[in-house]
Design a protein around this ligand. Structure first.
Ligand SMILES: N[C@@H](CCC(=O)N[C@@H](CS)C(=O)NCC(=O)O)C(=O)O
Length: 306
């Protein structure tokens, strides 16, 4: 059985979503600890420049962004499912919950607990987000961050009002894992009794239930071992045109793929396969040879490079 390798760091909320995904699917996986700030030379050798956390590697296939990582885990290991009540609503809920709460949760932690951040972190995140992150700006952002989180957490909280155990019913799924990691992050950094989590006891109980899912079976791997895995493997991707591609892109074209929000580092490669929810590009790295890098479509900009 080929190793499932997660490149992540312990305090990363989006990584917590994927770690819980391993737990829900009861998977064994290899853990490569990556730096929380740039440079990340071993990671970018695999991705071609994408720097965000987490990244999943299976052989010479590199999956960027937790949205696509969860999709690939579901494809390879369908049971137990991330979709106990079906697709669509779960994906939309996951997207909304993360997009509206993660950035604001980070704003709250930056403002309230900048003392807990490692050296160089705020400078790195200023470049990452393209925003000014200094003590005055962080304090100025705090009241609105708390207002926004309170409104969005209230909507989440009301989903649990009928006594259900999880957001979509009796079984945990993708929506829970995606909505929970900003709560997990705030709980860890500023505690359950401070704003914005105070006043939401039901939400905190739900977050505790989600945490009991656990992380599956983890074993460590070094970054060098992960690069060796990529070097020795061949990608599973094969040329797959998208007959309905709105811009007429076809396999063989050189394209760049870039996140549309933060960490906007373009990755260039030859288009191999694409569809509504995934695009795969092939690239060569001097050290590790040929790899295929997979990205989601929602939240990413694809541009033709030649
Ligand atoms: N849409 C991305 C968001 C990932 C993200 O923003 N992760 C944060 C850490 S939780 C990050 O990359 N921070 C900068 C870094 O780790 O270099 C995903 O779902 O994976």
């Amino acid at each position: 059985m080929i190793d499932i390798i997660l490149h992540h760091y312990e305090t990363s909320p989006y990584s917590e979503k994927v770690r819980l995904g391993f737990g829900l699917k009861r998977l064994a996986w290899r853990s490569v600890e990556i730096p929380a700030i740039m440079p990340k030379p071993d990671l970018t050798a695999l991705t071609g420049g994408y720097r965000k956390t987490p990244v999943l590697q299976i052989g010479a296939d590199i999956y960027c962004d937790s949205q696509l990582i969860m999709r690939e885990l579901e494809r390879r290991c369908p049971s137990p499912t991330f979709y106990p009540t079906g697709h669509g609503a779960a994906d939309a809920l996951a997207w909304w919950a993360e997009k509206t709460t993660f950035g604001q949760a980070a704003n709250v932690v930056f403002a309230k607990r900048s003392d807990s951040l490692p050296k160089g972190f705020l400078e790195d995140r200023a470049k990452f987000s393209g925003r000014t992150i200094d003590p005055a700006a962080m304090q100025a952002a705090l009241p609105n961050a708390l207002d926004q989180l309170r409104a969005h957490f209230d909507w989440l909280d009301r989903m649990l009002a009928d006594g259900r155990r999880f957001l979509q019913g009796s079984a945990a799924g993708l929506a829970d894992l995606a909505a929970c990691h900003p709560v997990w992050f705030l709980r860890q950094r500023i505690g359950p009794l401070a704003a914005p989590l105070d006043g939401f006891p039901r939400l905190l109980e739900w977050a505790e239930r989600v945490a009991t899912i656990g992380h599956g079976q983890r074993s460590p791997m070094t970054a060098e071992q992960a690069l060796d895995v990529a070097r020795a493997a061949t990608s599973i991707a094969s040329a797959t045109p998208d007959p309905r591609d709105p811009a007429g892109r076809t396999p063989g074209m050189t394209v760049t793929v870039t996140p549309d929000d933060t960490g906007r580092d373009p990755v260039m490669g030859e288009l191999v396969a694409s569809g509504v929810h995934e695009i795969v590009i092939r690239r060569r790295d001097r050290e590790i040879g040929e790899v295929c890098v997979h990205f989601p479509r929602a939240g990413f900009v694809v541009a033709t490079a030649s």
